[in-house]
Design a protein around this ligand. Structure first.
Ligand SMILES: Nc1ncnc2c1ncn2[C@@H]1O[C@H](COP(=O)(O)OP(=O)(O)OP(=O)(O)O)[C@@H](O)[C@H]1O
Length: 776
């Protein structure tokens, strides 16, 4: 591997340069031969440049008050290329040498609490609280207790339900992930609509409300997945009130069929903002005159995704439309439903853009949180403080992992969590971009053909929608857990595939892993997710809170592990609340996860023996992945240069020979490029921790199974092009145009086409605006 041109964080300065020997004259082939023999003489001994001691450190740091950026090298005592690699001649640079050491003194880290913390988002005790006491009708309370097994409310439900039943003011709901915010706003809405046709004592009124009696509430959510999930929860509640109907408009199907559903009538509509704007403009049967509630679930995310204009338009249109005091059938709405239009904003975190959204949509809103003390404080000061944190019972830790060992550590971590059968059933792995999700799915899924089924067992009909998104992952299995199912999900997949994949992950009876982008970070409520792995850190700290919030929901235990690179990234834990997550060295994970041989497909498995140590297993695994990327479909070693080469055919005629196609190698390169571009989009305030100029591209390439970083990142990132600028002493890099898959990332594909276009424009603007990654 030639690292020379890729050390972004080092400059040549006045280091002695190797003399460039130029050969002139003679035959072309002789010149090439002579050139390469000189190159060989100049190369130091060792497998590759990655094994050489790191060259001169950057001297012009210019940010001495920032986190130390100087990677210290600590050759690993056990680091040697595995013997079989030597034998086969396929020597790759060791993943244990020339790694920067962590700044953290792990011995100084606090020990993990022995006592599990009391859950902070669990339902309250059924003896002390119940839904009936909060003002909900007996019918709804009974339905919750008997059919949905919900006997007592959660804290946010306890504080929200009476407020929204009795008062008609706008509200901003803020509570931890998994604390039951969805039912907190749905139940009072259903209760009040139901009251149009049922008396307080449960006896029916003369007026009957049905699906054509009017649309009373609109709920907006940023992604189709979230819309679907809210509609599933609402449908369950409405089974107790079967004359009320809800429907969705969220794209992913024809507008015609959505229109047909609207025409059939619905009392509650769940929508993505882009699609609703479209229908408000073009669907005449969509009458918002009776709408009394507008809920903006995950409001900050909608703003982030570029929906500001849509939301302004929706709020404006609903407010402007004449508020009908009675519906077309003469049913009097006022007095039972709110006498004004109520807007409810909902999020576990509060970013600046939520404040802006509040300005657009809320009037004199009450801030409702899970804790009465927080609410009183806000009421006293008149300010909305941000009180966001992860659920108390969620155990967080950060692994400090050098770039070269990231891939094998990920495998080891997933193996270690599934080691004890049944202890962990579901894991979610967050990755920064769709290309990288695709690549890791292809790399980690089982390559061998499935075992033939016995004639007695009838073959199960494969689901065509999950054929390319769900597969077994033999690398992650062990004797105790022989099957682990791998899933992938991102916004560039077609909607039916996304729905089927999520369904498969939720319903999986086998241990399952979901590799995904931030499309799954918001609101997703998959039962029994035991661990969340942030293989790539979130782009902003509040997003981290949402991602890890996919576990430890409604009082359940949960674990979250964040991968950080040694160096400036380690300081990021300071942003993640108090107490900051514990930092851990990666070696213990490798030791645990690779304590037993990895199930490598043949022929590599024949090399595996029980005698191997965890370090040699890690090296062998890395080598195995690299070999898979280098192999051509017909088993030969692939050309790694990614460039076409000139060859002289018969008669000295020059022919262009294209490198042989290995889809996995291409996917790895594309994933690497997108990953680097994505890395550059960490929010400005956090770029001190995620500093693109500190990334060692050669080492990072290893974590994609690549022996060298591919070109094409843009502006020559793969070359040493940086020069520290005068401004703050930071180096600057030029980005290229955003790649397609990065462009089409999560939010984009998650919503309708119009929204996708707007998001693309936003991303483009962002990438253009950050032509120098906005450093300095
Ligand atoms: N009163 C309750 N009793 C038992 N379980 C509940 C109760 N209320 C909600 N839940 C369950 O808690 C889980 C989380 O609820 P919900 O999805 O509404 O959380 P949330 O606060 O919206 O989280 P996020 O911020 O991540 O979107 C769901 O599985 C839901 O069924």
């Amino acid at each position: 591997m030639d690292d020379d041109g890729m050390l972004l964080n080092f400059e040549i300065g006045d280091a002695p340069l190797k003399s460039q020997v130029k050969f002139k004259g003679g035959r072309w082939r002789d010149r090439v031969r002579a050139q390469s023999s000189v190159k060989k003489q100049q190369q130091p001994s060792g497998a590759d440049a990655g094994q050489r001691p790191i060259k001169r450190q950057r001297t012009e740091d210019g940010a001495s008050d920032r986190h130390s950026k100087i990677p210290r090298t600590m050759p690993h005592s056990e680091s040697r290329a595995p013997s079989h690699a030597m034998k086969t001649g396929l020597i790759s640079s060791s993943i244990f040498t020339s790694n920067p050491t962590a700044m953290t003194d792990f011995d100084e880290q606090p020990a993990e609490e022995a006592e599990p913390a009391v859950p902070s988002n669990a339902p309250l005790s059924a003896e002390a609280e119940n839904f009936l006491a909060l003002g909900l009708s007996r019918r709804v309370a009974n339905h919750l207790a008997t059919k949905l097994e919900m006997k007592a409310p959660t804290a946010i439900q306890k504080n929200t339900i009476p407020q929204l039943i009795k008062e008609d003011s706008d509200a901003f709901l803020q509570a931890e992930t998994g604390s039951g915010k969805t039912l907190a706003y749905l139940l009072p809405i259903v209760h009040r609509i139901m009251a149009l046709s049922v008396n307080e004592d449960g006896t029916p009124k003369e007026t009957k409300v049905h699906r054509n009696s009017g649309l009373f509430a609109i709920i907006l959510a940023p992604t189709r997945e979230l819309c679907k999930q809210i509609s599933v929860v609402l449908e369950k509640v409405l089974r107790g009130v079967p004359w009320l109907v809800c429907t969705t408009v969220m794209g992913g199907e024809s507008k015609k069929s959505e229109k047909a559903r609207i025409r059939k009538g619905a009392n509650i509509l769940i929508a993505t903002p882009g699609r609703l704007t479209d229908h408000l403009d073009n669907t005449k049967v969509l009458d918002v005159g009776t709408v009394r509630w507008l809920v903006l679930d995950e409001g900050d995310r909608m703003m982030e995704m570029g929906f500001e204009e849509d939301i302004r338009m929706i709020v404006g249109k609903i407010r402007k439309d004449k508020l009908l005091k009675q519906n077309s059938e003469g049913v009097v709405l006022d007095g039972i439903l709110p006498s004004r239009r109520v807007t409810i904003l909902c999020s576990a975190t509060m970013k600046m853009n939520v404040q802006k959204l509040g300005e657009i949509s809320l009037e004199d809103a009450v801030h409702i949180t899970a804790s009465k003390a927080d609410m009183e404080k806000d009421a006293e000061t008149g300010a909305v403080e941000s009180h966001f944190s992860a659920p108390a019972q969620l155990k967080q830790s950060c692994l400090v992992v050098p770039a070269k060992t990231r891939l094998v550590t990920l495998v080891a971590l997933l193996r270690s969590v599934f080691l004890k059968r049944g202890s962990v059933m579901k894991a979610i792995v967050f990755i920064s971009c769709a290309d990288s999700v695709d690549f890791h799915f292809e790399l980690l899924k089982t390559t061998a053909a499935p075992e033939p089924t016995s004639p007695e067992t009838p073959p199960t009909k494969p689901n065509p929608h999950t054929a390319s998104t769900v597969a077994p992952a033999s690398y992650l299995t062990s004797t105790a857990t022989p099957v682990v199912m791998l899933h992938k999900l991102h916004g560039s997949l077609p909607q039916p595939v996304r729905t089927a994949t999520l369904q498969s992950f939720s319903a999986s009876k086998e241990p399952a892993v979901l590799i995904t982008t931030d499309i799954s970070s918001r609101g997703l409520d998959v039962p029994a997710v035991d661990i969340v792995v942030e293989y790539d850190p979130a782009f902003a700290a509040p997003d981290h809170v949402h991602r890890i919030g996919r576990t430890a929901r409604a009082g359940r235990p949960g674990r979250a592990v964040l991968f950080l690179l040694p160096g400036c990234e380690e300081g990021y834990t300071g942003l993640l609340g108090t107490p900051a997550p514990i930092l851990q060295p990666y070696e213990s994970i490798l030791q645990k996860g690779l304590a037993t041989p990895v199930n490598l497909p043949p022929p590599a498995s024949s090399e595996e023996t029980d005698k191997q140590t965890w370090t040699s297993r890690a090296e062998a695994l890395q080598l195995h992945f690299e070999q898979r990327l280098l192999a051509t479909p017909d088993g030969e070693k692939a050309d790694t240069s990614s460039k076409s080469k000139a060859k002289f055919g018969k008669g000295g005629k020059k022919e262009v020979v294209k490198p042989k196609d290995n889809p996995l190698l291409d996917a790895g390169r594309q994933a690497f490029r997108s990953h680097i571009r994505a890395y550059a989009t960490h929010v400005r305030e956090e770029r001190g921790f995620f500093d693109i100029t500190q990334l060692h591209l050669g080492h990072m390439a290893k974590s994609f199974g690549l022996r060298e970083p591919p070109g094409g990142i843009g502006g020559g990132v793969s070359r040493r092009t940086h020069r520290p600028t005068e401004k703050n002493g930071f180096s600057t890099l030029k980005t290229g145009a955003p790649s397609k898959a990065w462009d089409a990332e999560d939010g984009v594909g998650a919503v309708d086409d119009g929204a996708a276009r707007r998001m693309k424009e936003k991303m483009k603007a962002l990438m253009n605006a950050s032509s120098e990654f906005n450093l300095g």
